[in-house]
Design a protein around this ligand. Sequence first.
Ligand SMILES: Cc1cc2nc3c(=O)[nH]c(=O)nc-3n(C[C@H](O)[C@H](O)[C@H](O)COP(=O)(O)OP(=O)(O)OC[C@H]3O[C@@H](n4cnc5c(N)ncnc54)[C@H](O)[C@@H]3O)c2cc1C
Length: 498
Amino acid sequence: MNIGIDIGIGADADADADAGTDSDIAIVGGGAAAVGLLDALAAEQDGTSAGSGTLTVFEPSPQLWRGRPYGPDLDSVLVNAPPAMMSIRNGDFGHYAAWLGERGADHIDVLLGQPLVPRALYGEYLVHTAEKAIAALGEQGWSVRVVVARVTGIVRRGARLVLRTHDAHEYGATQVALCTGGGAPPDLYGLTGNPGFTADPYPLADTLASVPAGDDVAVIGSGLTAVDVAVSLAARGHRGRITLLSRSGVLPRVWQRPVDRRPRQLTVERVSALREARGNVTLDDLVGLLRTELADAGEDFDALMAELLHIEAISPVQRLRRQIAAVDDPRIGRRVLQETAHTVGPHVWRLLPESDRVRLRRHLRTATSVASPMIPANAATLLRLLEAGQLTVAGGVQAIEPVHGGFRVRDEDGAHTAGTVVNAVNPQPQAISAAAEELVRSLADSGLATLHPSGGLNPADQHLHIVGDLTGGASFITSSIAGLAAQASRTAQALRAP
Ligand SMILES: Cc1cc2nc3c(=O)[nH]c(=O)nc-3n(C[C@H](O)[C@H](O)[C@H](O)COP(=O)(O)OP(=O)(O)OC[C@H]3O[C@@H](n4cnc5c(N)ncnc54)[C@H](O)[C@@H]3O)c2cc1C
């Protein structure tokens, strides 16, 4: 890579724990969160830049800037949100759309009327954005380098934090941002090691390649990853039966066409103002803001809640048909909830009293399906597979066991067999990835951070920051690009602070 500044790619043989300038920032993890942070740091604010010094990004995988989801994969593995929600630049809803430009025309989701590109192509946007940010930071006087290494520990040594990598090198920093992402799907049925079982489905280009086209495939989970698996099997011409197995047997909702209206009441600014005026924020306050938001648009809050919370005993086919028919529904209610779950949600979650968080957690399934709906193109494929009888969505899964080179599944419909089982269980939002486990232990041991009781980490040192799913006590909804961009922007401000 030659972008005219000092970027060292590769493990640095010279320990530099004691070297350094006034502002040495280390970013641990080089995925979407890190890209959002670099972009926000590079942006000059009020005519001033973030200062200067060294900026070191640690990323052990070959998928620099793409993280877990946006590396090379099948073309059927698509981004899961329209362009305005995929901008990694906080507050600039057109940033990604502008990069995509005319290429978007080849990827229009007909029902949504928006381009939804393969995730690998979105990864190119992240790479481009990171490289532009690094170039801009270079022009501002920053020396930026990428170290291909896993960080295994951080300790404080005097005024500096010292990062240790898996290959026993040490690097000094004045501030550290952890951007290590979330966990992998948990193996709930202890199937790892059995032939025919895929513990982690991505990249699907690799994991589905060995699935015989006539095999009966059981997919554990019925969320967005399960949808990716079913749609990609169909795209590969799979002929065997596909069963999505979960406790609920409920598929995600379907995206609605974006409207040109952003929330005006349920915003971070309004929530912050309430907090400043009264010292706290409650769920009833949020309901109040949403009621006003909807009333301004001539809509009724109670009607929206009744629609969301009342799950009718109808078949997955009927439910999916209704959802697809509602793509064009002009009402803003679900759209506001969908967007604010990712933008306002992470900010407000920690401000709420625990009793309100408990109330919200009771609606985890509904909240997740509203916050992270599936794209209409995938919904249409699922509907086609369901109508053809090739796909089944089964609830009440009780057991999945290896038997005679295959698997026996017991669910609410009784027992059946599968030749292949693909694990598409959603990890807990604050699950810790295997790559970050050692680091997290070290931070807890050294007292630089504390483990949060409901998962993730809380910094205990003002020079340690977290962006993304490692954030302790964050909401139960997994980070989206929009949420990461907002968090990265706030973290960049904290890093700029003297
Ligand atoms: C399959 C999938 C699809 C998704 N699709 C969408 C979507 O379409 N739209 C949307 O808005 N959101 C989506 N999301 C949610 C969100 O956008 C992604 O999770 C996003 O990639 C998170 O970025 P991140 O940088 O926090 O984590 P990651 O992308 O996981 O990147 C973290 C990086 O940190 C590195 N790392 C970990 N530990 C260490 C260590 N100890 N030292 C150094 N480096 C380390 C890892 O190698 C990794 O590259 C998706 C999530 C998943 C899992």
